[in-house]
Design a protein around this ligand. Structure first.
Ligand code: FEO
Length: 400
């Protein structure tokens, strides 16, 4: 792969990871990129590095622009190892004059690499750094999504190097938003938001407000993963604004696992009730769906209906998995309901409801339980449950 000049004297020199399929529980079926940016100026500066194992690609891309030993500065916008794993080998070769990072960034670098000897230079929010003809301004973005996180804004280029923010996990030979399929780009962007940023939505809202207040002009946004937003950078900010406000559509997801197809039949009947009431529905069987796709579809869903048979007085393990993951991501403003079959005991619906209550979902019905195999009447009850959820989504009280 070749480096790509994204602005005059600013080069993408990152690495494409075609193979990665899991990002701490987030499925990445299309791989990812670790984007690094090299600025050629009086002070040659590298913004972020790449994951360990990809350092050779980074150094090869840099070498096609400039001898890596000529780099003066390295800026660490974010310490997570997909961006700093190759930092030790890069620092050993480059021997930079300074390594710029936030105060929390320095703490995190020391805690990861235990290298007191690196030439750290801590920068504060709003501080600028003259590189020559270009000026970098640092904007701290604490807890978005780590305490160390910050943006670097190249003022003259109106270029925001935004680390994880506005990224997507998508390995590609293309570098820009206008070179790829738009709907896939927005799906991957939503998936990234839902699986990484959702718990910090309140902070995202504040950040977007403060960026607007600052009047930051944005000609291009270059995240550390995926495509660079050059055709309409405002589009991804507007999307993040909507996602962080947890705005929802007329959409529901039915998420279930099944033992002998009883809960599956119930899931399809619940979906029929929702669809009949005009709701856009996604039915997700956890035997073939991934938890990270469930969260992606939950992002703009107003309601979620959960199904599990009872197994050993509990719920099926795949449902426990997705609910554990969901709880950590703290989705808000959802309507919920549950259903499931049982042979004896029959605790699953109660347990699903309890988990949704912990997440402060609005439970609109006690749920439907079916002994072993559903009858025609049982399935009619499931259709009715779907209708009740649809009514609640429209703001109508149950039974209307
Ligand atoms: Fe791409 Fe938070 O690391």
């Amino acid at each position: 792969m070749q480096p790509v000049e994204i602005k005059k004297n600013v080069h993408w020199v990152g690495a494409v990871d075609w193979d990665v399929r899991d990002f701490h529980g987030y499925s990445t079926p299309k791989g990812t990129t670790y984007n690094s940016f090299l600025v050629i100026d009086d002070k040659i500066t590298l913004f972020d590095t790449v994951k360990k194992g990809h350092g050779a690609k980074l150094l090869d891309h840099i070498s096609q622009v400039v001898d890596p030993k000529k780099i003066d500065y390295i800026v660490v916008n974010h310490v997570e190892l997909d961006h700093s794993g190759s930092l030790p080998e890069v620092i050993d070769i480059v021997k930079p004059e300074k390594v710029f990072c936030s105060a929390n960034g320095k703490k995190a670098l020391l805690a990861h690499f235990h290298r007191e000897d690196w030439p750290y230079e801590v920068v504060s929010n709003g501080q600028t750094l003259r590189l020559g003809s270009k000026t970098a301004r640092f904007i701290e973005t604490r807890m978005l999504h780590w305490p160390d996180s910050m943006f670097s804004y190249l003022e003259e280029d109106k270029l925001l190097i935004s680390q994880d923010a506005f990224g997507q996990h998508w390995a590609n030979s293309k570098r820009f938003d206008d070179e790829v399929d738009e709907s896939e780009l927005m799906y991957q962007s939503a998936k990234y938001y839902a699986n990484i940023l959702l718990p910090y939505s309140g902070l995202v809202q504040k950040l977007i407000a403060s960026v607007r207040e600052m009047g930051l002009e944005l000609d291009m946004i270059a995240p550390d993963h995926g495509m660079i937003w050059r055709s309409n950078p405002g589009r991804i900010i507007e999307a993040w604004d909507r996602w962080s406000a947890q705005e929802t559509a007329n959409k529901a997801i039915v998420v279930y696992d099944t033992m002998w197809h009883s809960t599956e039949s119930m899931a399809n009947a619940v979906a029929d009730g929702l669809i009949g009431a005009g709701v856009d529905v996604k039915v997700m069987n956890m035997q073939v769906s991934h938890r990270s796709d469930v969260i992606t579809h939950l992002l703009d869903s107003k309601a979620i209906v959960l199904g599990s048979p009872t197994l050993n007085n509990g719920i099926l393990p795949r449902m426990a998995d997705v609910l554990c993951y969901m709880k950590g991501l703290r989705p808000a403003n959802k309507i919920g309901a549950a259903f499931g079959s049982y042979g004896w005991g029959g605790e699953s619906v109660k347990l699903l409801n309890a988990t949704m209550e912990e997440m402060k979902f609005d439970i609109v019905d006690p749920g439907v339980r079916v002994h072993y195999v559903p009858t025609v009447d049982d399935l009619a009850q499931c259709v009715e449950l779907g209708r009740k959820v649809a009514s609640a989504m429209k703001g109508e009280s149950a039974g209307e």
